[in-house]
Design a protein around this ligand. Structure first.
Ligand code: PLP
Length: 401
């Protein structure tokens, strides 16, 4: 047998876990089956008209050239402004973030990947609270780091605290990844919880950086005030990277607009990395980003209230399935469902998700690749009628098993 030509770097890095299930949904639909798809990881809303108009204008004006690697200055300034508004305590102590502190990347995904590539040496540890967004550990592997998972319990809304961190931090810990609101659980951390984590890191873990993934900042259910990690822990200003973007909050997933706001030394490294790999993102998308960032909050009110309405409806219906564990989400657009009572011995959410497609005719995402084998993730980013039908089918299945 000839040795694989593929670099060892990719050993053990997983492909998308949903590919196989999507293929099953497609083949069943092709046979005429009516499958409700509740797997969406993106808003089912159109991007703002203003963003679309900005692209048309940029196109007419031939804005087709390379842009700076970090993005157009007008875009970076708006991102700095948004960050300053979300981090007033950082501004008060350290002054404002400026455009030069921002690197615009191809989505929040590339932003996080770049940071891990720029910070990790082989073997460095990254603390990943679990359940986690499934790309974090794969990106850590690509950057030759080692994920250290800290399990959040459903009873405490999957959140981790200072004692969990104290047990997990070692000399090799380089990064802690925080994600609030969270994909997949919908958990949000309070200001006090973030402040406690910040105080611990400030005093007891001076070598640890934080990546705060704030990509779902606009989609909140129980409060309208978003808490940015650094605003609760401004003392970590010089070792925290705030990651955000327009994919989820402005319904612009395909435009690939994400960013980092980071201390200058790291920003320089991110520029070197991005400058020798992908360069600046698509110029047209950047004009769309400028337009979207200029919009008032009210422009997104319809989307946010639709998510609130659907969340309420889904929770009401799902409550009828007694043995199903439901942790009401506080943000993002997913409902995380505990399916332990329904998995057969030796199986987990991977098999149950397949069964749900075949028997309940509903597709959800298994929790296993998110670090939660006894859970599945249901998306509420679909129209009310489809969501209602999907929830009712799930309840029917769970009540009869
Ligand atoms: N972070 C989280 C928690 C996500 O759920 C996603 C997308 O699913 C991303 C980051 C990346 O989003 P994008 O690359 O589209 O900006």
């Amino acid at each position: 047998m000839t040795a694989s030509p593929i670099a060892k770097r990719l050993d053990g890095v997983s492909e998308s876990a949903t590919l196989k299930l999507n293929a099953l949904v497609q083949s069943m639909r092709a046979r005429g089956e009516d499958i409700v798809n509740l797997t969406a990881g993106e808003p089912d809303f159109a991007p703002p008209e203003e963003a679309k108009a900005a692209v048309r204008k940029a196109l007419d004006e031939n804005k087709n050239k390379y842009t700076p690697v970090a993005g157009l200055p007008e875009l970076r300034e708006r991102i700095a402004k948004k960050t300053n508004a979300q981090q007033p305590s950082v501004v008060a102590q350290f002054g404002e973030w400026k455009g030069v502190d921002v690197v615009v990347s191809n989505g929040g995904k590339q932003a996080i990947y770049n940071v891990l590539m720029a910070l990790l040496n082989p073997g460095d540890e990254v603390i990943v609270p679990s359940p986690y967004w499934l790309s974090y550990p794969e990106m850590v592997k690509l950057a030759e780091g080692k994920s250290v998972f800290v399990e959040g319990k459903a009873e405490t809304k999957f959140k981790i605290g200072v004692e969990d961190l104290r047990r997990a931090v070692t000399k090799r810990t380089k990064v802690l990844i925080l994600n609030s609101p969270s994909n997949p659980t919908g958990t949000t951390y309070t200001r006090e919880e973030f402040a406690a984590i910040g105080a611990f890191l400030a005093k007891e873990a001076p070598h640890v950086w934080v990546i705060s993934d704030e990509i779902y900042d606009r989609i909140l259910f129980e409060t309208s005030t978003f808490v940015s990690f650094l605003d609760a822990a401004p003392e970590l200003r010089n070792r925290t990277v705030t990651v955000n973007g327009l994919s989820k909050s402005a319904a612009m997933t395909g435009w690939r607009i994400g960013w980092t706001v980071a201390p200058l030394e790291l920003t320089q490294a991110l520029l070197t990395l991005q400058g020798q790999s992908t360069s600046g993102i698509n110029s047209l998308a950047q004009y769309a980003g400028i337009a979207a960032l200029d919009l008032a909050e009210e422009k997104f009110a319809e989307m946010v209230s639709a998510f609130k309405r659907r969340r309420r409806m889904a929770l009401e219906i799902l409550a009828k399935a007694e043995k199903l564990k439901v942790v009401p989400p506080e943000g993002a657009f997913y409902v995380f469902l505990g399916i332990e009572a329904f998995v057969k011995a030796g199986e987990d959410s991977m098999q149950l998700s397949e069964t749900l497609i075949r028997e309940a005719k509903v597709a959800v995402v298994p929790g296993t690749p998110f670090g939660a084998p006894n859970w599945v993730r249901m998306s509420i980013a679909t129209d009310d009628e489809t969501l209602k039908k999907g929830c009712e089918r799930l309840v029917e299945y769970f009540r009869s098993h």
